[in-house]
Design a protein around this ligand. Structure first.
Ligand SMILES: Cc1cc2nc3c(=O)[nH]c(=O)nc-3n(C[C@H](O)[C@H](O)[C@H](O)COP(=O)(O)OP(=O)(O)OC[C@H]3O[C@@H](n4cnc5c(N)ncnc54)[C@H](O)[C@@H]3O)c2cc1C
Length: 501
């Protein structure tokens, strides 16, 4: 056992782990962050790949997992992240869908007039409702949920009261429409506003981004609001700058006196008489602390790092039942820049039926033959988000399929952007299995657990344990798998600090 006694050990240096660490270090706590990878950032990271025969020339750097993004503004302010290297550009970015003839259509009221005057007239009202719904969601995520159906104390009751007040202030009509939208399908929601298929499908694509669901699935109204909130609209912001967020957070942790160790994989959490008091690293080193916060996903933390033997049987069953269903592959193409793809967030989503069929494949453990693609460009790199590519393939494995998926993604995109072919230098693919083995995402699940209505509010990560606590005293959860996550707002990492005893 190392002699240094820490107040808090935080497992994982993704953005949530770093947010929690920075707040605690700022309070003067002795904090140590342990990260299994050689770099910090988790899914919010800009990294360099060296591919192809001409190493050096073929190197390229990119937001490898999540594209761009922003933290909650209050976190940026509290942790003085601007002074630690974070530059946030909140200017709106174009969100572009591709028409059947390959021409781009930007989703804004003016451009939509090209295909439907009626849809163009309805667009501002839709944006107004979605902005309001996102604001209500943001307030909801900032509130620590009580451990329903258990009784809850004054502190949690007070939080709920504040939440109720905020909802009331949102206005009765918008609040009711927000509640009504959550269980709806994204298709139903967009059909209340628009008539043209291409507009409806493009918005539905954002609803299913990162989820293993089709736009005809109940609850994709919720995921549309969630993704809208995280992006601040339909398009990604700050593309190419994801790594800046987590490097600024790491700088803040250190500036406040916290420590970060990379290549420090936690193999287990030490538990004595149901109380966590340290960790054992993969190299056998033991480090003690008064409390442990884990930003790794709940399944990994509870079933692997703690182990079923130290947990109540019903809790173990619930944890085993958390739905983790990663079905995203990511491709990065290094090009000479003459790819012809416009800047912004570009989606290939010709119709709602197309998206639903792309999703259908996952039900049978298959890769979509006609995938939904979301494309962003940054400098000379084109990044493709590919859905659906299920983690658990029924009749094949990812060693065989990774090349085929890369080829399919590139071929599909080249049909719309023929110049891409000659522009390509090399590419790098990240399969759902790489997301697990390299990025620590169990079953390749982007959000540490699917965003579904039965894994939402006081049911995230599992019913009865939504306030960051676990049956092990002094062990808390603070990653995207708890209420407030996923996405990159930092809400889960900040909320946990408020939930500590
Ligand atoms: C391909 C992809 C696309 C996405 N797109 C979007 C999007 O468009 N919009 C959006 O809002 N969100 C998106 N997300 C989701 C979002 O990026 C995540 O929800 C969020 O970044 C998770 O942050 P986190 O800090 O909770 O966890 P993570 O970033 O997963 O960090 C957890 C850290 O813990 C480390 N770790 C795990 N186990 C151990 C251990 N035993 N010991 C030490 N360290 C450990 C991991 O290496 C990792 O660094 C996307 C995610 C992916 C993968």
């Amino acid at each position: 056992m190392t002699t240094t006694q820490y107040d808090t050990i935080i497992i994982g240096a993704g953005h949530n782990g770093l947010v929690a660490a920075a707040y605690l270090a700022k309070q003067g706590k002795k904090v140590l962050v342990l990260e299994r990878r050689s770099i910090v950032g988790g899914s919010v990271v800009t990294e360099s790949f060296a591919e192809g025969p001409r190493r050096g020339e073929d190197d390229f750097s990119v937001d490898s997992i999540n594209t761009g993004g922003t933290l909650r503004p209050d976190i940026i302010k509290d942790l003085k992240l601007a002074s630690h290297g974070l530059s946030v550009d909140s200017a709106p970015q174009p969100f572009i869908t591709l028409l059947a003839d390959g021409s781009p259509l930007t989703l804004d009221a003016e451009s939509i007039k090209r295909i439907s005057e009626k849809d163009a007239a309805r667009f501002p009202e839709f944006v107004r409702f979605m902005d309001k719904a996102a604001q209500i969601m943001d307030v909801t995520y900032a509130t620590i949920m009580p451990r329903l159906p258990m009784n809850f104390g004054i502190r949690e009751g007070y939080g709920l009261l504040e939440w109720g007040l905020e909802l009331r202030l949102a206005g009765r009509k918008d609040m009711l429409n927000f509640i009504r939208a959550l269980p709806m399908t994204a298709q139903e929601l967009v059909e209340e506003y628009f008539e043209s298929e291409i507009v409806k499908a493009a918005i539905c694509a954002v609803a299913i981004h990162g989820s293993t669901m089709g736009p005809m699935g109940a609850g994709t109204g919720y995921t549309l609001i969630h993704n809208w909130m995280n992006r601040g609209g339909l398009a990604h912001k700050n593309v190419g700058k994801a790594g800046e967020i987590t490097s600024a957070l790491a700088n803040a942790v250190k500036a406040f006196g916290g420590e970060i160790r990379t290549e420090a994989e936690v193999a287990s959490i030490l538990v004595e008489n149901q109380i966590a008091n340290g960790v054992v690293l993969a190299n056998g080193e033991e480090i003690s602390a008064d409390r442990i916060l884990s930003s790794a996903d709940p399944k990994h933390t509870l079933l692997k790092l703690v182990g079923a033997q130290d947990l109540p049987p019903e809790f173990v069953w619930h944890t085993q039942s958390i739905k983790m269903r990663g079905s995203v592959a990511k491709m990065h193409l290094h090009t000479n820049r003459s790819h012809g793809i416009p800047e912004g967030t570009v989606v290939l989503a010709p119709s709602i039926k197309y998206l639903e069929k792309a999703y259908d494949a996952t039900k049978y453990g298959e890769i979509s033959e006609k995938p939904y693609l979301e494309v962003t460009t940054s400098g000379n790199v084109v990044s493709i988000h590919f859905q659906f590519a299920p983690y658990a393939l029924r009749n094949s494995d990812w060693k065989v399929e990774s090349g085929k998926v890369a080829e399919l993604a590139i071929k599909t995109l080249e049909e719309y952007f023929p110049a891409l072919h000659a522009s390509r230098i090399t590419h790098h693919i990240i399969t759902p299995q790489d997301m697990e083995s390299t990025y620590g995402l169990t079953e390749g699940d982007l959000n540490h657990g699917q965003l579904m209505l039965d894994q939402f509010l006081f049911m995230r990560p599992i019913p009865g344990w939504s306030n960051h606590k676990t049956p092990i005293d002094n062990l808390y959860l603070c990653g995207s798998g708890v209420h407030g996550g996923g996405g990159i707002s930092g809400a889960a990492g900040r909320n946990v600090v408020r939930a500590l005893k």
